[in-house]
Design a protein around this ligand. Structure first.
Ligand code: PMP
Length: 444
């Protein structure tokens, strides 16, 4: 028996080594990391430049508490990150993960409101479904009932508006009217809550684990910004999964030229080399908070030099290797090839994504958009079949009364066409096995 426990009793193979897009267990079995861990390892595993930068930093210092020392690594990374943001987002606050980044963004917004005489604003509107983290604050804005319900009495419930899942509602995602239809729901919610109580709107520009690479319909991103401006509501962009090049631009929201007030990032910034995240804010928000006595928030490990040195080397690799452009190019090819699988397998009801944040969704009937029967546990079964074949893909249970099972295919941004061939071949064989397995259940 192991002393470790994560979600259940199941045990996984033991990881031995990882290089580029491949990983090996201690039995020597090779896996293609088709989900970059949990959309983390954007530049692939064991990148020599990052390892060398970490080694250099380790020989100097591994920790300096941020209230005792500035460090060259954190200063340099802050400058580099700010340089990659829209021009008004100049102020960077480091953390060690996505939930911490989301908490920091919400608390920054609240302290700005307090510092500027808007203390009545505290509600953070988010979307249903969505995922913003597992700490109680981030969970309160997460639209994912099975994760949040058990803790409901311990949290302050926050308002949710529907995520713009045009494909399920039978609306044309290319039609601006579709985007306005969903954005109107945000405006209605702000009005129903009382605009003077609403602090911020929080969203993932391209949906992640909860919606499976949901791309916003035309007009949506522009209109939500207008609505936020109209009601004095801050726009917080959760780029934890989409940031650091995943969607083919450094930030996901760049695809729509959206101007967030606060951006939160994590996964691809540390890229699996070190736990790292960042909250980047408009200086118009930060200055009043500093004038009012400072930002009352922070985590012990935040901004440590080793994580920042790793993050700096990761960002340099993204730029040096042109990984945003590669993600855009390979993403288009991957989506086209997933469409090919959709033609072959009836049970794939939708294919979507941006850059290398891509997904397909299982449906038992494409017309009615009915999900596969829940008892199949398709999300887990399909992931297990692919894993057996040495292909790692990602899924979460998303039934929750909102949709069915989707599978995220999100390889590291360094993938080549040869890797895509391997991914598609692995998916094809896994789909063949899966459709055979579930045929009796579907017929019944
Ligand atoms: N926001 C988004 C969009 C995420 O995808 C995640 C993680 N899946 C988080 C926040 C939380 O990040 P972490 O697990 O690092 O706390």
């Amino acid at each position: 028996m192991s002393n470790l426990f994560y979600q259940g009793r199941g045990r996984k193979p033991v990881l031995d080594q990882a290089r580029g897009v491949y990983m090996w267990d201690t039995d020597g079995k090779r896996y293609l990391d088709g989900s970059s861990g949990a959309m983390v390892c954007n530049i692939g595993h064991s990148n020599p430049s990052v390892l060398a930068a970490m080694q250099r930093q380790m020989e100097k210092s591994t920790f300096g508490y941020r209230l005792h020392f500035e460090t060259e690594a954190s200063e340099a990374l802050a400058g580099r990150v700010a340089g990659l943001m829209p021009p008004h987002l100049t102020r960077v606050f480091f953390v060690s993960g996505g939930s911490e980044a989301v908490e920091s963004g919400m608390k920054m917004a609240r302290q700005y409101a307090l510092a500027t005489g808007q203390g009545s604003r505290w509600k953070v509107i988010s979307r249903q479904p969505s995922y913003h983290g597992c700490t109680l604050g981030a969970l309160a804005v997460t639209g994912y009932a099975s994760l949040s319900d058990p803790f409901a009495p311990m949290m302050r419930p926050m308002p949710k508006v529907p995520a713009p899942r045009a494909y399920l509602d039978g609306l044309d995602p290319e039609d601006e009217a579709t985007g306005l239809h969903y954005a109107d729901m945000l405006e209605a919610q702000i009005r129903a809550e009382g605009p003077e109580t609403v602090l911020a709107f929080l969203l993932e520009p391209v949906g992640g684990a909860s919606t499976g690479a949901l791309v916003p319909p035309a007009g949506y991103m522009r209109r939500i910004r207008e609505i936020c401006d109209q009601y004095g509501v801050l726009l917080i962009m959760d780029e934890v999964m989409t940031g650091a090049g995943r969607t083919g631009r450094f930030l996901g929201c760049e695809h729509w030229d959206t101007r967030p007030d606060i951006v939160v990032m994590s996964k691809g910034l540390g890229a699996g080399y070190m736990p790292l995240g960042a909250m980047i804010a408009d200086e118009r928000l930060v200055e009043p908070v500093l004038d009012a006595g400072g930002f009352a928030h922070g985590f012990t490990y935040a901004g440590n030099p080793l994580a920042c040195a790793a993050g700096l080397a990761v960002v340099e690799e993204i730029e040096a290797q042109g990984l945003c452009a590669n993600a855009a190019e390979m993403g288009e090819k991957l989506i086209a090839r997933l469409h090919g699988l959709m033609q072959k397998y009836e049970i794939i009801g939708d294919v979507r994504g941006k850059g290398l944040l891509t997904a397909f969704e299982f449906m038992s009937d494409r017309n009615s958009k009915a999900p596969l029967p829940r008892e199949i546990g398709a999300y887990q079964r399909f992931v297990d079949i692919a894993y057996e074949r040495g292909l790692i893909v990602y899924s979460r249970r998303t039934h929750d009364g909102y949709s069915g099972d989707h599978i995220l295919v999100c390889p590291p941004l360094i993938v080549t066409e040869a890797h895509l061939d391997e991914i598609i071949d692995g998916l094809d064989r896994s789909l063949e096995q899966f459709t055979q397995e579930i045929a009796p259940v579907l017929k019944a």
